[in-house]
Design a protein around this ligand. Structure first.
Ligand SMILES: [Mg+2]
Length: 198
């Protein structure tokens, strides 16, 4: 039986934490340390008074820096990135993390991406803006790009931008209602998926 094939994506847009790197941010502990409630961190920060926000942001940066400095790549990441390089796919990194923590992770693992969109650049995921921004910079249409991530915001942002969405489940059940275009378990399966596009 022939393998199913997929149209070749014009660009691959990646989340960072939990997608390329092992998930290392302890969100519940971060929220306690930051003195915010159980809701999403960046949205909760926006509701604080100026002085509380400055203090909470400092805690957030410390957690992000610690995680970045100790980060490890997910299994299959090197193989995937080598395959992507051979295929000459344009890539972008799109994250809710700070630019500083992204730079720490990339330097630690000797990685580079032609386009990097962090929370400092525009409204962050699940807003579609970072995906549109990355696609503009790569000169591709969002509809022909894949947004690849392990979180609900990756899928929600990808869908909102009109991109194809690939959710990395790590064997989990989805705890969100957005429906990804493809669900895969890990980065090895992403390489397999991309082979079907050649
Ligand atoms: Mg993630």
């Amino acid at each position: 039986m022939p393998h199913p094939t997929f149209p070749r994506p014009d660009a691959l847009l990646f989340d960072m934490d939990g997608t390329l790197t092992e998930p290392r941010l302890d969100f519940p502990q971060m929220k306690i340390d930051m003195g915010i409630g159980p809701g999403p961190i960046l949205e909760s920060l926006a509701e604080l008074t100026d002085s509380d926000r400055v203090r909470a942001e400092a805690v957030l940066h410390r957690h992000e820096e610690d995680a970045a400095a100790e980060s490890a790549l997910n299994e299959g990441c090197r193989e995937l990135l080598n395959f992507i390089r051979q295929g000459a796919w344009p890539t972008a990194l799109i994250t809710r993390n700070s630019r500083r923590s992204v730079e720490t992770v990339l330097a630690r693992h000797d990685l580079s991406f032609p386009v990097i969109v962090t929370r400092e650049d525009c409204p962050h995921k699940p807003h579609p803006d970072p995906i549109h921004l990355a696609c503009r910079q790569l000169n591709v249409a969002a509809v022909n790009a894949w947004m690849i991530g392990d979180g609900r915001y990756d899928i929600e942002a990808g869908l909102a931008a009109g991109a194809k969405t690939v959710w990395i489940s790590h064997g989990r059940r989805p705890e969100f209602t957005a429906v990804p275009w493809q669900t895969i378990r890990n980065l090895f399966e992403l390489t397999t998926l991309l082979r079907k596009c050649l």
